[in-house]
Design a binder for this molecule. Structure first.
Ligand SMILES: [Zn+2]
Ligand SMILES: [Zn+2]
Length: 552
């Protein structure tokens, strides 16, 4: 059946509701090193959600971008004799390519260096200032006479008063956090001169004042959050929110437009999270949509996708900024915060410099099964370990042997070049309906692992059905029975391509091409008899040896 956009299957989603407005914000990677499997594991749920809701016919805005500013980039730029902008640009281009290669379908992948992002966050800050949530405070901060500027804590070294070892200004390896007095006389990392404390003024976000509103927000919404988000946010709220500086003395970042602060830049933590809104605005402007239907609409649903090291920026800071603007913003509904992915028990972390990059992996392995593995065996609710052996096992014995084999032995049945004139087995049909409902609910609830289990269960039912029907015998004995078997299996496969589209988009696309289906939809499709079947090649190739060498 060649489906057209006018066909009845596109008219409604399975819930028979009007189209829903969905915002999905994927955390912004920092332009300081290549993307690792750990990033992929944390961000993949965003693409699964986006693909799923689009299959349902809902209005989806899925945005992210590169976090370009901050000290680590300026320090690195100085070391390498380049500009911070060059480094940020280089990583931005690399990230955009990597996300494309791994099948991410961002509607817009931008960057914080984008002029419209900068202009908008400046106006947002002005608004918070006018509303009294941003205020001025004088402070004493380390100043380097030689470099002629105030320094951030991490730009200092000192002898730790607690353990006596050489320590960084923000925190010693022994856990000691230096006090203001400790920093007086510390050494400038840049030039090696001693610094002294000097009066400085900065703007602060009055988080303490926003505490009651954040608590109310938390109590109303946190039932839809991952447990780690809930716990971490609760911990901060119990301790009492502390005001945070939003400006700093740096020459790389978004300019502050409030009078008296023209020489300062915004802290990354305040501007990057607002990128979910600036990018939604930019995308909507390009597409002739109204961004307010997404970010200022009580009916919309907003998902935040990130790793557990990023929780409070999404569960406390972003809502605080939106409340401080007092401009009818909808606050995020769902926090999908992943745990850590370990490789051989070693945490993948940028600062440690280990871990496998995504680009390394997809050079040697299958994009679809890598995505599948990181969802089905990924760090959804607890830290998980990544090993090549486990991945290869899932690729070969779950996906290739079960799903790939069902597709291959059905569509490649000897002599089969079109869909036979058979009847659909009612039991299998019922199971298909049930799987759409179950896996759909699971995905919406952020239970991605559970969704893959439900779909794999349907694959297994399909294989059981195939084996019990023995079409290789039926073809010689009873053509009508053979037709029913293959017709049922072909329709099962067409529906599996819909169900797997959010997880394994490349193989789903191939199945659609084989069966002449136009696009994936989250609803049962039934293919008409006599539909041509294109030349079918195996969906997955078995992996026979470990190709990738890596150090842990
Ligand atoms: Zn200096
Ligand atoms: Zn120490």
């Amino acid at each position: 059946m060649k489906m057209t956009k006018k066909g009845s299957v596109y008219k409604k989603n399975i819930y028979n509701l009007e189209k829903r407005n969905i915002v999905i914000g994927g955390a912004w990677p920092y332009a300081n090193s290549s993307l690792h499997l750990g990033h992929l594991a944390a961000l993949l749920p965003g693409d699964v959600l986006a693909r799923y809701y689009r299959e349902n016919g809902d209005n989806v805005i899925y945005v992210s971008g590169t976090d370009c500013h901050g000290t680590p980039i300026t320090q690195r730029a100085k070391k390498e004799g380049r500009t911070a902008k060059e480094i940020a640009e280089e990583y931005h281009n690399e990230f955009a390519k990597t996300f494309k290669n791994i099948g991410f379908t961002y509607d817009l992948y931008g960057k914080t260096e984008d002029e419209c992002h900068k202009r908008t966050v400046q106006k947002m800050l002005e608004r918070m200032y006018k509303n009294g949530y941003i205020y001025e405070k004088a402070d004493r901060q380390p100043f380097c006479d030689h470099c002629n500027r105030f320094l951030a804590d991490r730009e200092l070294t000192l002898t730790c008063p607690s353990c006596g070892k050489q320590s960084k200004g923000d925190q010693c390896d022994c856990g000691y956090i230096p006090t203001e007095e400790d920093l007086d006389g510390a050494t400038c990392v840049e030039c090696g001169e001693k610094v002294h404390l000097r009066d400085n003024k900065n703007l602060y976000l009055a988080l303490s004042k926003l505490q009651p509103q954040i608590e109310e927000y938390f109590n109303k919404n946190s039932n839809n959050w991952r447990l780690n988000s809930k716990r971490e946010t609760e911990k901060y709220l119990k301790e009492g929110l502390r005001d945070r500086a939003v400006t700093r003395d740096l020459d790389w970042g978004v300019d502050v437009t409030i009078p008296g602060y023209e020489n300062k830049k915004m802290y990354v933590w305040i501007e990057a999270v607002l990128g979910y809104i600036t990018m939604a605005q930019k995308y909507c402007a390009e597409k002739g949509l109204d961004w307010k239907n997404f970010w200022k609409n009580d009916e919309s649903k907003i998902y935040m996708i990130h790793g557990k090291d990023n929780i409070i920026f999404h569960s406390i800071i972003l809502p605080a900024l939106l409340i401080a603007m007092n401009d009818n913003y909808k606050l995020p509904d769902v926090m999908i915060s992943s745990e850590y992915l370990n490789i051989d028990y070693e945490k993948i972390s940028k600062s440690k410099g280990n871990g496998i990059t995504i680009d390394d992996m997809i050079k040697d392995y299958d994009v679809d099964t890598l995505r599948y593995f990181l969802i089905a065996n990924g760090p959804e609710k607890r830290d998980s370990n990544f090993s090549i052996n486990e991945y290869v096992t899932i690729h070969n014995s779950e996906i290739t042997n079960k799903y790939g084999n069902l597709v291959n032995r059905t569509l490649n049945f000897k002599g089969l070049d079109c869909v036979p004139n058979g009847k659909m087995n009612p039991e299998i049909e019922k199971k298909i309906d049930k799987t759409y409902k179950e896996a759909g609910d699971d995905i919406e609830n952020g239970e991605f692992k559970k969704a893959t289990l439900a779909i794999m269960h349907l694959v297994e039912e399909g294989n059981k059905y195939y084996d019990s029907r023995k079409p290789w015998e039926q073809i010689n004995n009873d053509e009508a029975e053979f037709n029913d078997t293959i017709y049922t299996c072909i329709n099962l496969i067409a529906n599996l391509s819909n169900l797997y589209e959010p997880f394994m988009p490349n193989s789903s696309r191939k199945i659609r091409e084989y069966l002449g289906l136009e696009k994936g939809i989250w609803q049962k499709v039934i293919i008409k008899p006599n539909t041509k079947i294109a030349d079918v090649k195996p969906l997955f190739a078995r992996i026979v040896s470990d190709k990738l060498q890596y150090k842990c």
